[in-house]
Ligand binder design. Sequence first.
Ligand code: NAI
Length: 298
Amino acid sequence: MQDLRFDGKVAVVTGAGHGLGRSHALLLAERGAKVVVNDLGGALDGSGASAGPAAEVVELITKDGGEALANADNVATPEGAQAIVRAALDTFGRIDIVVNNAGILRDRSFGKMSVEEFDAVLAVHVRGSFLVSRAAFPHMKEQAYGRIVNTSSPAGLFGNFGQANYSTAKMGLVGLTKTLGIEGARANIRANAIAPVAWTRMTEELLPAEFEARFTPERVSPLVAYLAHESCETTGEVFSVGAGRVARVFVAEGPGWRTDDLTLESIRDNWDAIMAEQPYIQPTRLGQQAAASMQAML
Ligand code: NAI
């Protein structure tokens, strides 16, 4: 079997100045993609800005003979997102891959979280992924080809103390990914999401020190690159990935319990059946799960 390569393909990786995005950009470039390395270059909480981090990654890529362009626009504004995609089109002539990776943290316990802290995190993760994908979508549609990889998180899929804003954003990206998968299907645009764990500036204070050597960004990026490859037909899925392990994460619905006389008391009396976990709605066919769920109600 041949190695998977990206010759002739153009990728945008957002937030690629550090951590996971940097690793994704380096891998895609090493495999032949032309890469727009986007990074606003601010602090972990999103404050400040600098063109330095994106430029450094571009320098690394070009030093190794790859092709890349640095971009320091903000994914969270419509103008910024347009400019990122425009940079790909103007410099490399097309856009095939969008990796929505840019992210910030504003952790705070729920009772103390400000509206500003909530909005700022949703703006970068959810709005940013929407805006950059939206800017690229018409071009992908026109060429009947595109690959979008969003970045969710175990914190969104499963919840995490102190991250009401972040976990809301990260589960929001699951919904965006599934709908993009449905809407992109006819134009051969595939969209998937990863829920990674990696040692980066975002997690170095949270993860145990012994994770540093095992949970490297380089042990996440191959999945991103695979999902971004034309040979990958999968769409609308979410994958947990870290330390070299990859697993599909899916939304399932239990067998449920039904009655013609639904009351508070009948719900109370049948709570165990309602809570049963034996999978019933099979999480296989994208776009048919909501319909299957409704069918089971009849
Ligand atoms: P990081 O802080 O090293 O990288 C995030 C990058 O996004 C930074 O370089 C930052 O400058 C950039 N960025 C922030 N706001 C931006 C904006 N408005 N426009 C453009 N760029 C912007 O953190 P890390 O860990 O590499 O995170 C990458 C993604 O992976 C994030 O979406 C994060 O939420 C997600 N993630 C990371 C996990 C981990 O274990 N490291 C776990 C789950 C999710």
